[in-house]
Ligand binder design. Structure first.
Ligand SMILES: *[C@@H]1O[C@H](CO)[C@@H](O)[C@H](O)[C@H]1NC(C)=O
Ligand SMILES: *[C@@H]1O[C@H](CO)[C@@H](O)[C@H](O)[C@H]1NC(C)=O
Ligand SMILES: *[C@@H]1O[C@H](CO)[C@@H](O)[C@H](O)[C@H]1NC(C)=O
Length: 315
């Protein structure tokens, strides 16, 4: 299969435009030709990588729907659950009008993401999720290194809910960054780029809302919002076991963009590129166990799909 005539003339005219526009841009043309795209030959690896994030999208959809409305997929899109069990312990959060409005938008976005993924891969039923106060309280205890009293309740108020939300889209975001280079088919990469764009946006909104109150002390723990985010990020780095891929809202200047600034409203590496994570790293984090073979945390029975299941010890 050679390059088609239209494709060749497109390349030629593109090259000419680039030449006249700015000769340096010609470097772009030296990229190797991508493999011929053929939607029917999209690989099994793509399928596995595309179904994996359903684990996170189910969690996000349920957490945001419940937080804003007090009910979840069982009511708004029962088909999408494919008969999977209802989440444990999710509830309506006590949110101020702005936060509720934003979270409700995120909730519907997550429903869209579930539909988008399922349009491409068959996927799997909603896994058992544990969105109880206890489940979040445990993450926060692990993050701060002591038992918070009373237990951290994500549903108690807008602050707590946003701090709990800090846990959510960012992990998905790093997963999409990690998956993208492993995908073979343009259609898969397009889907992942589309998901990544909106997940990053959600993360940015949550971080900005928290950043505006970075110095606020979360009652009754005597810990500032910024410290909470720092400690959560440190915990995730520890559980992921692949070094620094997570940063709080205020960092040592050296870690900020170009080593110039300690405000860190968005996380990024030394060139301010988003960090990537593999499915294994993500499982270690969302299970809270630091081990992709030891389920727990938000997924008491483990995640679903071939990648997650391949690590679960058969009982
Ligand atoms: C696309 O892939 C399928 C399955 O591998 C193959 O049978 C078909 O010939 C391919 N089509 C093209 C245009 O390459
Ligand atoms: C959802 O379920 C309804 C009723 O059972 C059905 O008509 C519809 O096609 C389903 N939609 C999807 C996307 O599966
Ligand atoms: C992860 O858990 C499995 C199953 O319990 C165990 O065999 C394995 O050694 C653990 N891995 C690490 C790195 O602790």
């Amino acid at each position: 299969m050679g390059i088609t005539k239209e494709r060749r003339s497109l390349l030629v005219s593109t090259a000419m435009v680039l030449f006249f526009f700015n000769i340096h841009h010609l470097q772009v043309m030296s990229c190797p030709e991508p493999a011929a795209s053929n939607s029917t030959s999209c690989t099994d690896q793509d399928r596995k990588l595309l179904e994996f994030p359903l684990n996170l999208e189910y969690l996000e959809a349920e957490f945001f729907l419940f937080g804003a409305l007090g009910f979840g997929l069982d009511k708004v899109a029962p088909n999408l659950t494919m008969g999977g069990p209802s989440p444990f312990g999710a509830q309506k959060a006590n949110l101020d009008p702005l936060t509720r409005d934003v979270i409700l938008q995120f909730a519907w976005q997550e429903v869209g993401h579930l539909r988008a993924i399922k349009k491409t891969v068959k996927g799997f039923a909603r896994p058992q999720l544990d969105l109880s106060i206890k489940s979040f309280a445990k993450v926060m205890n692990d993050a701060v290194g002591k038992k918070l009293i009373p237990p951290f309740n994500p549903y108690a108020n807008s602050f707590n809910y946003l701090i709990a939300s800090y846990l959510v889209p960012y992990v998905g975001l790093t997963g999409y960054v990690g998956a993208n280079p492993k995908l073979q088919c343009p259609a898969s990469r397009k889907l992942v780029a589309g998901l990544l764009g909106v997940e990053s946006g959600q993360d940015a909104v949550i971080r900005t809302m928290l950043y505006a109150r970075a110095k606020y002390i979360v009652h009754p723990y005597g810990i500032t919002v910024a410290e909470f985010t720092n400690k959560i990020s440190i915990l995730r780095n520890k559980l992921g076991k692949k070094g620094l891929k997570d940063e709080g809202l205020v960092v040592p200047k050296l870690m900020g963009a170009e080593g110039q600034i300690s405000g860190n409203v968005l996380a990024g590496d030394e060139m301010s590129l988003a960090y990537d994570r593999t499915p294994e790293e993500i499982l270690r984090i969302v299970y809270g166990s630091g081990n992709e073979s030891v389920p727990g945390g938000f997924y008491p029975m483990g995640g679903d799909g071939e990648i997650a299941k391949s690590y679960l010890v058969k009982k």
